[in-house]
Design a protein around this ligand. Structure first.
Ligand SMILES: Cc1cc2nc3c(=O)[nH]c(=O)nc-3n(C[C@H](O)[C@H](O)[C@H](O)COP(=O)(O)O)c2cc1C
Length: 480
């Protein structure tokens, strides 16, 4: 395949050495007084090269990164050194069958490995950190997911979580042999049935049913099983999961943005992974999500909201800005414009780089934007308007790539994080790392200590399960 990102060898070398020289050492740390406020949640959204789309251009031998287990182990160990709550593996099913040339695998190391298989390996290379695996709740059969997640929960000794997604991008649908997706309400009804089956199956083989009673020749006591008998419109299942739940049920994350997604997550999830980019929208989402959880009779302290965040760190603000600029210079403006145009169902020619977004054309094309992509479209519009961005500003502010970017010193990024947490917009963040592993090292060795100094992040893991790291109460199975 022709690679529009080809960078001459000399430039690549120069970049690598820039990385070694200027990006890696982070200096000039300052201290701040400690606070006694509550501890926050910090996960890391794992991508082999890093979140910045040009990260791979600064790394040696990027071709094999997507499948390099040693690389993932290295990342996991740095994250654990930083005492982070969890490694988060997103997924992008069918991406190589996408018709869009700008889809992830065509422009950067992509999510090639199955999250559950990869986490199984990582569970043996780490001891504490949580392992969040993303799988769909729309396709396949819930029994398979229930078993896989319950299995990895055993293999990792209680560190597993299932991140529920409801993505139905065209490539995903084609992969699963479907011509078209589900309307929003039906989509979440389907996801609810899927989740009901998974969670009921998790409770179907309680630990106490495994009696191993040699005198009476009984291993599993049938009378203590809780077989399910679920008949839904989309999914059905009867019987018992062959994997016991063990001491603790896996944690449930859910990733989404819409009102339906929020209601679904407030019902089923322990934590929501979201993508708000302004404090105001973050607060609105947080308040709504917690109110919904309360309306389902839940204790909202047991229900977390964790937006994504993309910090770019430097020892000084100027250093952080330079780090971003050096990386941004390796991006392809044409490509970014194609991505942006596609998000609005427009053509690159509809945009002028140094003018505001073409809001009239964007509005006229609104109905053509697929349902599942509308939340992101709205985020781009809202932020571009609020910040007075030109098209070029939008392209280089990671708006096309998703999560909110903060560029600065650990102290500034810590301020930003705590501003959100203390203003009721987040319980913590899922961090996107610009370049692996230097960006994650900056988090572990400088951002985390800054948060620790303020009394807002653990100094050591105090529990062994992900549930404990997140401050979630032990799961009590029904009937106990
Ligand atoms: C923060 C965030 C992370 C997501 N991660 C994934 C992912 O890893 N894989 C996936 O297929 N979909 C992912 N999604 C897509 C959602 O599951 C869902 O399809 C999308 O948000 C559109 O649905 P909604 O409008 O109801 O929120 C993510 C969404 C959000 C907001």
């Amino acid at each position: 395949m022709t690679n529009s990102f080809h960078i001459p060898q000399r430039k690549a070398e120069a970049l690598r050495s820039m990385h070694r020289r200027a990006l890696l050492p982070i200096v000039h740390w300052r201290t701040r007084p400690m606070s006694s406020r509550k501890e926050i949640v910090l996960g890391v959204n794992v991508l082999a090269s890093g979140r910045h789309d040009a990260a791979w251009k600064t790394l040696p031998d990027p071709r094999t990164l997507s499948t390099d287990i040693d690389r993932f182990i290295e990342i996991a160990r740095v994250a654990e050194r930083g005492k982070l709550d969890a490694l988060f593996l997103a997924d992008n099913v069918g991406a190589l069958g996408s018709a869009y040339p700008w889809d992830e695998p065509f422009q950067r190391p992509w999510r090639a490995l199955d999250p559950i298989v990869l986490h199984s390996a990582l569970s043996q290379a780490t001891r504490h950190i949580g392992l969040v695996s993303t799988t769909t709740s729309l396709f396949g059969h819930p029994y398979t997911v229930a078993r896989q997640i319950a299995s990895i929960n055993h293999v990792s000794k209680g560190r597993a979580a299932w991140n529920i997604t409801t993505s139905q991008a065209p490539a995903v649908l084609r992969t699963f042999g479907l011509e078209q997706g589900f309307e929003q309400e039906e989509r979440y009804r389907r996801a609810s049935e899927f989740t009901e089956i998974v969670t009921r199956l998790w409770d179907s083989l309680p630990a106490e049913a495994v009696v191993a009673d040699a005198a009476n020749h009984v291993f599993v006591d049938r009378n203590r099983l809780r077989p399910i008998d679920y008949k839904g419109e989309h999914f059905s299942s009867s019987g018992v999961l062959q994997t016991p739940t063990g001491a603790q049920r896996p944690v449930i994350f859910q990733a989404g943005q819409s009102a339906e997604s929020k209601a679904f997550g407030a019902r089923y999830a322990d934590a929501l992974f979201t993508g708000q980019r302004t404090l105001e929208s973050g607060r609105a989402f947080y308040t709504d999500a917690k109110a919904l959880a309360r309306s389902f009779g839940r204790d909202v302290s047991q229900f977390l909201v964790v937006p994504g965040l993309f910090p770019i760190l430097g020892g000084t603000e100027a250093e952080a800005k330079r780090r971003k600029k050096d990386l941004d210079e390796q991006l392809d403006t044409r490509y970014l414009l194609e991505v942006l145009a596609s998000q609005f169902e427009l053509q690159p020619a509809d945009f002028e780089l140094d003018k505001p977004l073409p809001y009239d054309k964007i509005e006229a094309a609104a109905a053509r934007v697929p349902l599942a992509a509308r939340w992101h479209r709205q985020i781009v519009i809202d932020e571009a308007k609020a910040q007075g961005f030109t098209t070029r500003n939008v392209l280089y502010s990671n708006l096309t790539g998703g999560h909110r970017t903060v560029v600065g010193t650990p102290e500034q990024v810590a301020d930003d994080i705590l501003e959100w947490v203390d203003n009721g917009a987040a319980d913590g963040f899922n961090l996107n790392i610009d370049v692996q592993t230097s960006g994650l090292e900056a988090v572990a060795d400088h951002l985390v200590p800054e948060l620790q100094k303020r009394g807002r992040f653990r100094r050591e893991y105090t529990g062994t399960t992900l549930r404990e790291h997140l401050g979630l109460k032990p799961w009590v199975p029904p009937g106990r």
